[in-house]
Design a protein. Structure first.
Ligand code: NAP
Length: 264
């Protein structure tokens, strides 16, 4: 029997998930029974497409921008994590039902070199930041949130937790996560974010959710300051690994996924 998987988004052609997940399926010996593809889908037809996927042989799907809230809305069952974040990045089609999960939150925690401790600063207040703040608040970390539009940081904290920090001293934080889109279009992090060259120090962990350049200028600055760094590809791999384990029940082959994501 054929088991199809997909990432649903718009745009989605740039996604590294097909290369990463197909590398994992091959490593697990699940090819050709299982396969993973990218499907570009408009918001207007998202629900109709998802409702017909099980019939077309799909076992599950990842969901990316701009459909994560719609993915939660279309589901028959949703995890507490997906409900609390207000978004799902993983759908599973089983027993005639659509199940929604959010693996962005556990993916972030799995990518960290050690469990977060002390104070964590999250930059951004969009969809990615919601999952990051929810994950970090759940570990007991003291979470500060900065966003270019401060009202969105206030709304996020009122909804999920953490405290707005409109003028943060990043060096005073043990963990800094860039969950904003800064860097995606080549923006200078020292201009667009509340960071200085002396914001980074040994003993600190800096995560950049943005991936593309290898490493991003933010991670270069962080390394120069002596911080440990985690890049956006590792975050992608860890959320994808959690999704793959849900669908297949197999332990995810992380190294094959890293190689697939890097080359994809
Ligand atoms: P989103 O919902 O559109 O939110 C974008 C965020 O970036 C907002 O907080 C926005 O601030 C901020 N922003 C955009 N341009 C900015 C600028 N020039 N200066 C300062 N702030 C700026 O997007 P998202 O889904 O949260 O994604 C955010 C980033 O995370 C994207 O780069 C995405 O590729 C990345 N991401 C990576 C992974 C991964 O697996 N590695 C997963 C998810 C997302 P305002 O509120 O002021 O507009």
């Amino acid at each position: 029997m054929k088991h199809r998987l997909a990432v649903l988004g718009q745009p989605v052609a740039h996604s590294r998930s097909p290369a990463m997940q197909n590398a994992a399926l091959a490593e697990l010996g699940l090819v050709p029974g299982w396969s993973y593809e990218a499907i570009e889908v408009d918001a207007e037809v998202f629900e109709e497409l998802v409702r017909g996927m099980a019939e077309r042989g799909f076992a599950g799907a990842n969901v990316t921008v701009p459909h994560k809230a719609a993915a939660l809305a279309v589901s028959d069952e949703a995890s507490d994590t997906a409900r609390a974040i207000g978004a799902a990045n993983t759908l599973t089609f089983a027993d005639g039902a659509i199940q929604a999960e959010n693996t962005d939150a556990p993916g972030l925690l799995a990518a960290l070199p050690e469990p977060p401790r002390g104070r964590a600063l999250v930059l951004g207040a969009g969809g990615a930041a919601r999952a990051v703040v929810w994950a970090l608040v759940g570990t007991g970390a003291e979470v500060g949130v900065w966003n270019r539009t401060p009202e969105r940081a206030e709304a996020l904290c009122a909804d999920i937790g953490g405290a707005p920090d409109p003028d943060p001293d990043a060096a005073a934080y043990d963990l800094v996560v860039n969950a904003s889109a800064v860097g995606l279009g080549g923006e200078d992090p020292l201009e667009a974010l509340p960071l200085r060259e002396d914001s980074f120090r040994p003993g600190q962990v800096v995560v950049d959710m943005v991936y593309g350049a290898d490493p991003t200028s933010l991670l270069e600055l962080a390394s120069t300051g002596g911080a440990d760094t985690v890049d956006g590809l590792e975050i992608l791999v860890r959320q994808g690994a959690a999704s793959l384990e849900l669908w297949t029940g197999c332990d995810a082959p992380l190294d094959a996924m890293r190689a697939g994501a890097r080359d994809g």
